[in-house]
Design a protein. Structure first.
Length: 209
């Protein structure tokens, strides 16, 4: 039995934290030639962060398909505008590659939405919501997991913006890249840090007697 208390963080605690964001290269991809180049680059990395964005619908019964796929390394993020290119065979090849570890959150939802565009068989994915449970992290949102681990918050202000806009704003691009990058950072932090050390360095935790 685990002797440590479950780890949680409140919205109030998060609101007091400093904001963190991805500061690396962001490359927008919106044609087949650039997709080929991007996937060739990404295929050299053993671990990637993956996320998607969909244009929000404010009408009952109205929905949209995935507009953007974000795939990040620790210092570079590609934003694939699949509302323009489609979910291409080249992109699907990466999603079906079991030799590249791909980290995401709420992946079941992402896969369900992408299957509406094209069939594929996802391989090599790790679901963060499942992965963090072994560290007694109870909160399942990306923002809360990030805050628990790094003591900073990631902004969600662009979540309901128009992801099918002709030109994505700098704020949209930064937001999208941050989510994919955060997945990589969370996974690498937990996978390289000893289980006991993870708790030892967090004075707020107390042993359950």
């Amino acid at each position: 039995m685990n002797k440590y208390k479950p780890i949680k963080i409140s919205k109030e605690e998060i609101s007091k934290l400093e904001t963190d964001a991805f500061s690396g290269r962001i490359i927008v991809v919106q044609n087949e030639q650039d997709i080929e180049k991007a996937i060739s680059y990404l295929s050299d990395f053993p671990i990637l962060g993956v996320d998607t964005e969909t244009r929000p619908s404010f009408r009952k019964g109205k929905s949209h398909t995935v507009a953007l796929i974000q795939i990040a390394t620790e210092d570079t993020c590609f934003l694939f505008r699949i509302n323009r290119t489609g979910f291409t065979p080249t992109l699907k090849t990466l999603f079906e590659n079991p030799n590249i570890t791909k980290i995401g959150l709420s992946l079941k939802d992402d896969f369900s939405m992408l299957h509406k565009i094209a069939p594929f068989e996802p391989k090599g994915f790790i679901e963060l919501q499942s992965y963090v449970k072994q560290f007694n992290i109870e909160d399942m949102s990306l923002q809360k997991i990030y805050a628990i681990l790094f003591g900073k918050k990631i902004s969600k202000s662009q979540r309901l913006s128009n992801w099918e806009a002709d030109i994505l704003s700098d704020a949209q691009k930064r937001y999208a890249a941050t989510d994919a990058w955060a997945c990589v950072r969370i996974y690498k932090s937990l996978s390289t840090e000893c289980f006991s050390d993870f708790y030892k360095n967090r004075s707020a935790l107390q042993e359950i007697v």
